[in-house]
Design a protein around this ligand. Structure first.
Ligand code: PMP
Length: 409
């Protein structure tokens, strides 16, 4: 199907949850930046695994354990292919972006960042790409530096070369802002950081549901993914790391699977990727994530990107018809998110009224309080899109917003 326009009706048929009424209205789901819905293929993969193959991985000699191991390691290869990593040992399964970033902050961070060093992040990071670095800096006596954001919602990249110093040990930047939808020019940012010898972590939570991510083309040192934001299950995510960088990091959690041998005197650690995956992993989650990647590729990311962009533009124009509504972001490149405020109406009231119309959006700070405070607001309304959304969904949102205006007239 790749190359052809998106057949949204067919895609919607693959997502059973979308076909329900909420508060007596057909559900309009516009909260995919918080979590995406799951296609039947992902749900089936989970049911199939638990119905036929469930066993623990890597240890068993019996048939079910062999099947579970093959499926789990097959999922790792599927992820490698999806993001074009060089080797499967560069794919570490974790719970999600939050755990991926914490892993890097604990292992890479605690071994490579010391007193007087600097960690550079940006003003548009999600809390999960701020707090782990704050904790690290506080613990080791390092300083957290921040690339500011301009009033349009773009990073102030003119500041980057000043903020990258000989003390910078890591730059962490989001690929797409979950609060504004800004797509950052991460390839260029990485090139500039590498020119100063600084490794880069990219928070990819909001990217792979919308466009192709190629970690070799980006040349990032780390890339963090959450399965549930790309049509996969909750509880599974990925830390990609360049093999040489991962090899240089001490283990994080200790336990089963991350060891080759243990005596009371000494533990010999396992090789990658197992060294960074202590304990029984989320086997079904990894299998479900692989099914989600199969699903995305069967639809085709080029078609998905074109659909999402067209819908975003349609949405931005449609929102202009609502009196007193201000779109937050005018960033050069945007993806998936319409974030706005309404004059004299609190975002939560907008959310409550829209919910009565069956329209699911998010109201609040979107775990990006520092970013919102740059814009002088405490909360926004966020409608976020995915491949199953239609112009009718946007129209329902706009009708709901006109009702909000009537209520608060
Ligand atoms: N980064 C960004 C940009 C996000 O949008 C999110 C989730 N909203 C996260 C990180 C954290 O992801 P998770 O909660 O799946 O760990």
């Amino acid at each position: 199907m790749s190359g052809a326009p998106l057949d949204v009706a067919r895609i919607r048929a693959d997502f059973p949850i979308l076909h329900q009424e909420v508060r007596g209205r057909p559900l309009v789901y516009l909260d995919s930046a918080a979590t995406t819905q799951k296609p039947q293929a992902v749900i089936d993969a989970l049911v199939r695994y638990y119905t036929h193959d469930n066993a623990n991985v890597h240890r068993g000699v019996h048939a079910l354990s062999e099947r579970a191991t093959l499926a789990y390691e097959g999922a790792r290869e599927r992820v490698r292919r999806f993001i074009n990593a060089r080797e499967t040992k560069e794919i570490i399964f974790v719970r999600g972006c939050t755990e991926a970033i914490n892993l890097v902050a604990y292992t890479f961070g605690r071994s490579k960042v010391g007193p007087g060093d600097e960690v550079l992040i940006t003003a548009m990071e999600h809390h999960s790409d701020i707090v782990p670095w704050q904790m690290l800096c506080q613990q080791v006596g390092a300083t957290l530096k921040v690339v500011p954001v301009d009033e349009r919602g773009d990073l102030r990249l003119d500041q980057l070369d000043v903020l990258l110093t000989e003390r910078t040990r890591l730059l962490a930047v989001t690929h797409v802002s979950n609060a504004l939808g800004t797509v950052n020019p991460v390839r260029d940012i990485i090139r500039r950081a590498h020119a100063r010898g600084v490794p880069v972590l990219v928070d990819g939570a909001q990217a792979p549901a919308h466009f192709r991510v190629d970690v070799q083309a980006l040349d990032c040192d780390f890339y963090a993914l959450s399965g549930h934001k790309m049509f996969g299950p909750t509880g599974i995510g990925v830390l990609y790391g360049k093999a040489a960088v991962l090899e240089s990091m001490p283990p994080w959690q200790g336990g089963g699977d991350m060891i080759l041998s243990v005596t009371m005197e000494k533990t010999v650690y396992n090789r990658l990727p197992y060294r960074l995956e202590a304990g029984t992993p989320d086997i079904s989650g990894a299998i479900g994530l692989a099914a989600a990647m199969d699903y995305i590729d069967s639809v085709g990311l080029d078609a998905i990107s074109a659909h999402d962009q067209a819908l975003l533009e349609y949405g931005a124009r449609a929102l202009e018809s609502v009196p007193g509504l201000r779109l937050m972001s005018q960033a050069r490149e945007r993806s998936g998110v319409l974030s706005f405020i309404m004059e004299d109406v609190h975002a939560h009231d907008v959310g409550t009224i829209l919910d009565r119309e069956g329209v699911a959006i998010r109201a609040g700070h979107h775990c990006a309080q520092p970013l919102l405070s740059c814009f002088g607001v405490a909360a926004t309304v966020r409608a976020s899109l995915a491949m199953y959304n239609t112009r009718e969904d946007i129209d329902a949102l706009v009708r709901g917003l006109h009702k909000v205006r009537e209520v608060f007239a």
